[in-house]
Design a protein around this ligand. Sequence first.
Ligand code: SAH
Length: 350
Amino acid sequence: MTEDINRQFKPLIQDQGLPELKKWMADHGEPAYRAGQVFSWVHGKQVTSFDAMTNLSKSLRAKLAKDYDAAPLAMVQRQVSETDGTNKFLYRLRDGQCIETVFMPYHHGNSVCVSSQAGCSMGCTFCASTIGGKVRDLMRGEILAQVYETQRLTGEPVSNAVIMGTGEPLDNTEEVIGFIRLLADPYGQNMSMRNITLSTCGIVPGIYRLAEEKMPITLALSLHAPTQEKREKLMPIARRYHLDEVMRACDDYREATGRRETFEYALVAGVNDTDEDVRELAQLLKGRSAHVNLIPVNPVRTSKARRPERGHVLEFQKKLEKSGINGTIRREMGADIDGACGQLRRRQGV
Ligand code: SAH
């Protein structure tokens, strides 16, 4: 499918790094410094038309426009939470695919949650993003444009990014790595890698591949259950990658990068929220100085998963702490605007 979009459309200028732009300039008889100028228009000033690149000659702009597209996406819907200022955007890509991006204002800096695929093929039972399967991988420029456009539309600077929207980032690893590198580029958004979190359902080869890059980003593992047996019930991918293997890959990631991973745990009433689960979870994470993010599951129409009562969630956290494991309950943002992942996209019938 990604091949289809490459055949149908011109390459995106947002997909190009400095080496690619330099090569294009050389091929077109232009001096190399022009590549730097284009790079800083696209990734620094974040313009989406060649006409805006006013320090380039008209003829150079026309040549660039002949070879590249400069507008990866357009907004089709925006919802603003009245309670906490969360903004949820639905963007349409050039081929008509729609994706969701969420803007979350925080005191420590604004954060954007980006999608890495249109749809998802992982099949987690409680997740709305996977309902229609995966349509295609996003290109790095399409992931970047979610940050740039969200920043432009809100008028607010963005200092943090979480790759936690629709899609499995380690099912689109090379584009996601390219996205992270461009997002952190000093001549672009210049985001600190320490402020970037990648969340995965546990694709083992992807975790090793990411570790090789030695980028100081935070890895978040969607754990959701403390045992192989329970995990398989919630997440089909667990049948492919055994929990032991996943935990080993996380240990390797921590050693390679010096970054402590976080574990996400969506609490589902009666499924993974019992005292036995607390004990097993503490056992699994013992000695890993782990941090657990507890997320009371967001109800999705197609799933029977229900969230535990608030009091029970607090109890679960307390018991976990008593067993020596740090856990925080994720503050719920944008509960009044189609909170759970992928629900806005689904509501559009895409
Ligand atoms: N594919 C990546 C990113 C997915 S979304 C991953 O699996 O990690 C980010 C987090 O939200 C994941 O931990 C995912 O399991 C969780 N999530 C998905 N649907 C949810 C729901 N309905 N309620 C609570 N958390 C959910």
